[in-house]
Design a binder for this molecule. Structure first.
Ligand code: GLA
Length: 710
């Protein structure tokens, strides 16, 4: 078999896997006609040698290993005591598997095996590639670098979008023009990070949310990574991703293997939103557990911004009662319930209910919450330890460190080496005990510092081992408590990748509950993650992170489309705000099945607005959100083009939020068309192509439109 051709919904992929040659990706792009063969594509790609460079055009390969002799780029890098560094892999065997293949390669000179597992899912159109290296030699192999795969993309992909950010500003996008040489993003924080979400988008200059050829790649890995796009001197362009390995971190004994994290990739001819819908389908259908997909996402109440470390059973019960009355379905007790954790200086690691704060244990609070018909959730930060804790006093050797180098101060906590079986066992036993002793159905699994010095007791780097140990611990807890849902949180959204999502059920998107910031953060996260897994909470009127004051209408509308929750003190907020919040929760519940299963369309709008819609798979209904971030540049804002509707059907259009619309200058279009009442009917075609002239609304407000086939 020379070629493997895989066809998806609207893309085709062809691998060249000629025996005795390094395997490569020959074609990845728009769906090819059935009769197009790999051999023809090979001919079309014939390149010549040139003066000043090699006499032949050097081949590309999936590993871009040193034996190819490329002057600019070596991907795979390994050696045995300085020898066997010049690998050149050759395809030995190819096995078709479903709509995918295993390409098995060997390098007899360096005694290495490299196997690629490839799958193009016919339902989601998502391409997954994993690679595994095996040491067949009789001595240890040091692996310095192994990007999972190098994927050539057409040179007319002239722009790269990377994801950047910081605490409370996750998922920022940064678009740059591709130059010559390497575009590189590296992460050594030991977690997915705030500053380098493991994903890249490639596009032409004109690509938009609804048009243009676009490629997206995501690394399903919650640790150190290297993401790159190389523009070779010969004009060819390669995108690649992989775990970033520290020196000595991966040393393979004879017979041992290293599995590189999977690249999850997609291609679209219809712009970024269509690309995102493929990633959403992947998360929904391949990563989320079926039982969690079927269950409506319960509206949360989280205690953090309401009480911080000031836990008091009486007060928490009162808050819980109020939460239940507002329609909340799950109460999550955040940091502060255990050990000596009265502030963030002490107690991490001591996962025993605090006698000082809960003299009768947690049971009275849990009973109160469940008695109100809500589920109970609880916060853990298992990978961490405060130096001021019983655990650290008993086991100082359990913390990761570089011997002889002081710890980097970071929220007064150190990282436990959870790849040690005794550490993992302790954590499992503690979490298992808390879950077994109480009626708990949700864990907020937090992780609040970088692995600045990820050295184990043996002095070896343990960053990659830590990530694998995390996945194993999550799986063990899930297996023991399958009904418990797990949220992946890391100082907000610093661990929200598809690697951890194979072992968890939702992510905490950001510690910023500021609705204006959240509009941007959630939009950024939506490039890869569907709304229902994004924790989106209504924060206090006076935002704790930014100090900004935003209306309840704006805060509720912003949390509305994700996995909605509340994170404000219900005992101190204004009654009128709480009444509005109750209405928002009821409205959310009425539409959450649509929001959490429909197709997302981000819309391109004027800078002053941010808009998106979720359209039911059968196009029978849709909900669109339009945020007015700042004042309009013109007298009135532009038109809203409702993407994704069925042009051949009629829709009744209604404004469903804010529920009490007050025009700045009446009568606005809302009154004239009775959109706040029974609504008005328009054809899908007109709504898409002509669009709705938006009414004037004040800055920092958000309108939600509901459309149903009429
Ligand atoms: C992190 C989380 C917050 C909260 C605190 C508790 O910052 O992102 O939501 O749980 O820890 O310490």
């Amino acid at each position: 078999m020379h070629h493997i051709r895989l066809d998806g919904l609207d893309c085709s992929v062809i691998f060249d896997c000629t025996k005795g040659k390094p395997p490569s990706l020959l074609y990845w792009g728009a769906a090819l006609a059935e009769w197009v063969e790999g051999a023809a594509l090979e001919k079309l790609a014939i390149r010549q040698g040139m003066h000043g460079v090699a006499d032949i055009s050097l081949p590309l390969s999936l590993a871009m290993e040193p034996g190819l002799g490329h002057p600019m780029l070596h991907g795979f890098a390994a050696h045995r005591e300085g020898r066997d560094w010049g690998s050149l892999f050759e395809v030995a065997k190819v096995a078709a598997e479903g709509n995918g293949a295993r390409i098995i390669c060997r390098d007899e000179r360096t005694k290495l095996g490299l196997e690629y597992a490839i799958d193009l899912d016919r339902e989601t159109d998502v391409l997954r590639i994993g690679s595994t290296l095996t040491n067949y030699g009789d001595s240890a192999l040091d692996l310095n670098e192994m990007p999972t795969a190098f994927l050539p993309v057409p040179a007319h992909m002239t722009h790269i979008t990377g994801f950047t950010g910081r605490w409370t500003h996750e998922f920022g996008r940064e678009r740059v023009k591709r130059g010559s040489g390497t575009y590189l993003r590296e992460n050594r924080s030991g977690r997915t990070s705030h500053f380098s979400y493991p994903a890249l988008l490639l596009s032409g200059a004109q690509a938009s949310e609804s048009s243009g050829e676009v490629y997206g790649l995501h690394l399903a890995w919650s640790g150190n990574h290297r993401l790159r796009v190389d523009t070779l001197t010969d004009g060819r362009v390669l995108a690649s991703m992989g775990a970033l390995l520290f020196p000595g971190e991966i040393r393979l004994a004879p017979g041992e293997s290293y599995a590189a994290p999977e690249i999850v990739a997609a291609y679209s001819t219809h712009g970024f939103s269509a690309l995102s819908r493929k990633f959403h389908a992947h998360v929904r259908e391949k990563l989320l557990r079926p039982a969690m997909r079927a269950k409506p996402r319960p509206v949360h109440y989280n205690t953090w911004e309401a009480v911080y470390f000031d836990h008091d059973t009486g007060k928490l019960k009162e808050i819980a009662t109020r939460a239940a009355a507002l329609g909340v379905e799950r109460f999550v007790l955040d940091d502060g319930w255990f050990g000596a954790r009265r502030n963030d200086l002490a107690g991490l690691g001591d996962w025993y209910v605090s006698d000082a704060v809960y003299p009768q244990g947690l049971k009275p609070l849990v009973d109160h919450v469940t008695g109100l018909g809500m589920e109970f959730g609880i916060w853990f930060e298992p990978e961490m330890v405060n130096p001021d804790s019983d655990l650290y006093r008993a086991h100082p050797d359990w913390a990761l460190k570089i011997e002889g180098v002081g710890q980097v101060p970071f929220r007064t906590q150190y990282v436990l080496d959870i790849s040690r079986p005794d550490v993992a066992e302790y954590l499992f036993e503690r979490i298992d005990a808390i879950l077994s002793d109480h009626d708990i159905s949700y864990i907020k699994w937090d992780m609040n510092r970088d692995l600045s010095h990820p050295g184990g007791t043996d002095g070896m780097a343990r960053a990659a081992a830590q990530v694998r140990a995390l996945y194993a611990l999550l799986d063990r807890i899930r297996a023991a408590h399958p009904h418990v849902e797990i949220e992946s949180c890391s100082s907000g959204g610093a661990r929200a990748d598809m690697g951890v999502l194979a072992h968890s059920d939702r992510v905490w998107t950001s510690d910023s509950n500021d609705a204006l910031d959240r509009q941007h953060i959630q939009r950024g996260a939506s490039f890869f993650l569907p709304p229902e897994i994004l924790g989106c909470h209504v924060g206090p009127a006076h935002c704790h992170v930014t100090g900004r004051r935003l209306s309840m209408a704006m805060r509720a509308a912003t949390a509305f489309s994700g996995h909605m929750g509340l994170e404000l003190n219900l005992l101190t907020e204004r009654e009128t705000d709480l009444e509005q919040l109750r209405e928002a929760i009821a409205l959310h519940k009425a539409h959450r099945m649509l929001l959490h299963s429909g197709d997302l369309y981000r819309l391109d709008t004027a800078r002053e607005n941010l808009a998106f819609g979720v359209v039911a798979r059968d196009k029978g209904e849709a909900l669109f959100s339009i945020a007015y971030m700042t004042g309009d540049a013109h007298v009135l804002p532009g038109r809203l083009h409702f993407a994704g509707l069925d042009p051949t059907r009629n829709y009744r259009l209604r404004l469903v939020w804010p529920q009490h619309w007050a025009a700045v200058k009446a009568p606005s279009l809302i009154e004239q068309l009775h959109l706040g009442g029974k609504g008005a009917v328009f054809s899908g075609d007109a709504l898409i192509k002509a669009g709705l002239q938006l009414p004037h609304a004040q800055p920092e407000t958000c309108l939600l439109f509901y459309l149903a086939v009429s």
